[in-house]
Design a protein around this ligand. Structure first.
Ligand SMILES: *Cc1c(COP(=O)(O)O)cnc(C)c1O
Length: 395
């Protein structure tokens, strides 16, 4: 951007300022502070540089504004926006050659499992391993690996893998490392700074933040990789529309404010859960008993706002009793959600795979919104108290 420091060099903005300012430059004569939404899908050849803007599937100024901001947030050279997180994931997997090999975290997002199956059918080998276990990770990474797919924290039990250690090991073997950091977003975790090559986000979640638009993004520094990913996007047509880009970018401006409240709400709710006789294990990386508490404290600036717990009663009944927590999939939005992975977000994952990843039949996942913490605590406390009595759970 144009701000200059005392020596005339560009003055870097800090994260929260970038959220508001990056990608908002307007070119019109009106002085509007919010760039217009560019709807045109085709561009006058003689009115501008025709190699710059040619056709909307390839180029769009509204999309580029969003990408400018997303790249800046991770101090990266490029961001490539997609129509969904899935579309972004498909573009990444297209980097693996036919006959190539991908090593992936064992408990990835359910849609990622589906993508892996599609690419397996096309001759890409996908090996799942517990990348949160350094010994297993070291054993899995060899010269034969083309792509390492790391999801951290994982959904829903919040397992955490060491991005820096895995990226260093993968790079010794020449593999490209992608981190799906959707569960934290760029406010809490910076995978490129840890050594990853590509940072993947479902912008549907924290980045857009209002559960009203789908989107995905890849953030990266390597121009050659960017060329291939943009080529994939243009060929497959997995571009986000201008209105959607506008909505994602609008939501993004409040990311830090939203996430700060979501994290403090998560902490408040974790206190309720750990004190409840109706609740068994609580999975939250901010708890000292979480297996990756120390790693999380180093790699993430806060433990996030997704909380999973073992419920000792009838999960369906619990979800019906909460009034503020809506029983719905997805996460990262302003409204708090409760869901049952075994029958909702993970229904398509084979039971054995699901259980191996710690997704038991009694596991419940919360995504904290930005409501007043006292209301959320009251809602959950009331719902759990009924459970302890009416469902005869162990005390
Ligand atoms: C939601 C999600 C995706 C897929 O994103 P969509 O925008 O729904 O296509 C990928 N990874 C993780 C971790 C997610 O939570």
């Amino acid at each position: 951007m144009e701000r200059r420091d005392a020596n005339g060099g560009p003055r870097a903005m800090r994260f929260d300022t970038k959220l508001v300012h990056e990608g908002t430059r307007t070119h019109g004569a009106t002085g509007d502070l919010v760039p217009p939404i560019h709807l045109s899908v085709t561009y006058d050849r003689f009115a501008q540089d025709p190699t710059r803007y040619y056709y909307g599937r390839g180029e769009n100024p509204t999309r580029e504004n969003l990408e400018t901001c997303l790249a800046a947030l991770e101090d990266a050279r490029f961001a490539v926006a997609f129509s969904s997180g899935q579309a972004a994931g498909a573009a990444v997997l297209s980097l693996a050659p036919s006959g190539g090999r991908v090593v992936a975290s064992d408990d990835v997002y359910s849609g990622t499992h589906t993508l892996f199956d599609l690419f397996r059918a096309r001759g890409v080998r996908v090996d799942r391993t517990d990348l949160a276990d350094p010994v297993a990770a070291a054993g899995a990474l060899t010269d034969a690996v083309d792509l390492v797919w790391l999801e951290t924290p994982t959904n829903p039990v919040m397992k955490i893998a060491d991005i820096a250690a895995i990226a260093a090991a993968a790079h010794r073997h020449g593999a490209v490392v992608v981190v799906d950091g959707t569960f934290t977003g760029p406010a809490l975790q910076q995978p490129l700074a840890e050594g990853a090559d590509i940072s993947l986000h479902s912008t549907t979640k924290f980045i857009a933040g209002h559960s009203d638009v789908l989107g995905g993004a890849l953030v990266l520094d390597d121009p050659e990789l960017r060329e291939r990913l943009v080529g994939h996007r243009t060929a497959f047509g997995s571009v986000p529309g201008a209105f959607d880009c506008y909505l994602v970018h609008r939501g993004l401006k409040t990311l830090s404010l939203r996430v700060a409240r979501q994290v403090s709400n998560a902490r408040a709710v974790v206190d309720v859960l750990t004190a409840s006789p109706a609740v068994g294990a609580v999975h939250y990386p901010g708890l000292p008993e979480h297996p990756a508490f120390t790693l999380a404290a180093r790699q993430m600036s806060a433990p996030g706002s997704i909380v999973a717990f073992e419920y000792r009663g009838d999960v369906e009944a619990l979800m019906r009793r909460t009034e503020l927590f809506a029983a719905a999939v997805s996460l990262g939005g302003v409204r708090s959600l409760i869901e049952h992975p075994a029958s909702m977000s993970h229904w398509s994952v084979p039971r054995a795979v699901r259980l191996a990843a710690g997704v038991t039949d009694g596991l419940v996942r919360l995504s904290l919104g930005i409501e007043d913490p006292a209301d959320l605590v009251e809602d959950l406390t009331a719902a759990l108290a009924v459970a302890a009595h009416a469902e005869g759970t162990r005390g």
